[in-house]
Design a protein around this ligand. Structure first.
Ligand code: MTE
Length: 311
């Protein structure tokens, strides 16, 4: 990845602050159709979420990044290396039917359509910061469910220590996969305790709508305290494994992209500082926060670890 410069931004769009209102969920249910509506309707009774900005530990005072920017400023190398092209090039990705294989060291392996998986777990809204290793960030209103809800249903075997995620491999639909510069498909991994952390989400929606293809439809991971490249898109496989899995970016350049990839202003990327970031849609730079601002929630996962060595 290269540090990016120009952006197709519209910073005049008013952030959709009224997003939190209950009535919008009714609209969401209508937009998503019956299957998704079921999930949306379960938000209140099952989770008791107040649907206010205090519902998650993220700093929700941050201004939301406009939807237009979120959807037209994307990293998705299966389609393009240029952020501005992805939305157009990905628009015909066939995201239904979409089988997700859940396998490996589990007592209950399954292959399930993404739509069915989504409706199994109550939907939550989570407004998270996304900090890319390239030095930009956004604040994004996601819909999804904590991965740990699904993991609980798998009867995880005692040898399982990591979770490995795989993106669709289909060079006909994803022309970037014809490039021999990378090892396809895109793969990512988390330590099991990271995967079980309540902030780790499986995401199927953004800004009250199903994910558009460029955002990783129909199902992606979002791990807000890690650099954005851990948040793998368009997942077709989730495996519980014993050994630390290879990941797309560390296979490409191990010296530059570590397995942990925790946002850390004190550990520079070999080619640039990580001390500051540019918030898409704003001017100037702001200091990058340890663990992207989620230090209170996640620092315990790394107690005793050298975060420079385990970058
Ligand atoms: N997942 C896949 N399959 N392919 C990718 O190229 N890019 C990653 C991540 N997930 C990527 C991916 C990177 S580098 C970032 S910063 C985020 O997706 C960008 O997510 P966004 O386009 O939703 O902002």
């Amino acid at each position: 990845m290269t540090q990016k410069s120009g952006t197709p931004l519209n910073d005049h769009i008013t952030p959709e602050q009224l997003f939190f209102a209950r009535r919008k969920f009714i609209r969401l249910a209508a937009i998503f159709g019956t299957a998704y509506a079921l999930a949306a309707c379960e938000i209140e009774p099952k989770t008791g979420l107040s649907l206010t900005p205090t519902a998650t530990p993220a700093n929700l005072q941050d201004t939301l990044t406009p939807e237009e920017s979120i959807n037209h400023f994307n990293n998705y190398y299966e389609f393009s290396f240029s952020k501005n092209d992805v939305a157009d090039l990905a628009k015909n990705l066939k995201t239904s039917p979409w089988q997700v294989e859940i396998s490996g060291l589990v007592g209950n392996p399954m292959t399930i359509d993404a739509k069915e998986l989504i409706t199994r777990y109550p939907a939550e809204e989570r407004i998270y910061r996304l900090r890319c290793v390239e030095g930009w960030s956004m604040v994004i209103p996601w819909y999804g469910f904590p991965l740990n809800r699904m993991l609980k249903d798998l009867d995880i075997q005692k040898d399982a220590r990591y979770v490995r995620f795989t993106t669709l491999y289909d060079p006909d639909q994803m022309p970037g996969q014809k490039s021999s510069s990378f090892e396809w498909p895109y793969v990512e991994g988390l330590r099991l305790d990271e995967a079980q952390h309540d902030l780790t989400l499986l995401v199927w929606g953004v800004y009250q709508k199903p994910l558009p293809p460029q955002e990783g439809a129909p199902l992606r991971l979002v791990v807000p305290w890690k650099y954005g490249f851990k948040s793998i898109k368009s997942i077709v496989k989730i495996e519980l494994v014993a050994e630390q899995p290879a990941t797309f970016w560390s296979s490409y350049n191990q010296a530059e992209y570590g397995f942990y990839a925790n946002v850390n202003p004190n550990v520079a990327h070999p080619r640039w500082s990580q001390a500051n970031e540019y918030r898409v849609g704003e001017t100037g730079q702001r200091p990058t926060l340890m663990f992207n601002g989620y230090e209170n929630e996640v620092a315990f996962l790394y107690e005793g670890m050298d975060l420079k060595e385990n970058f």
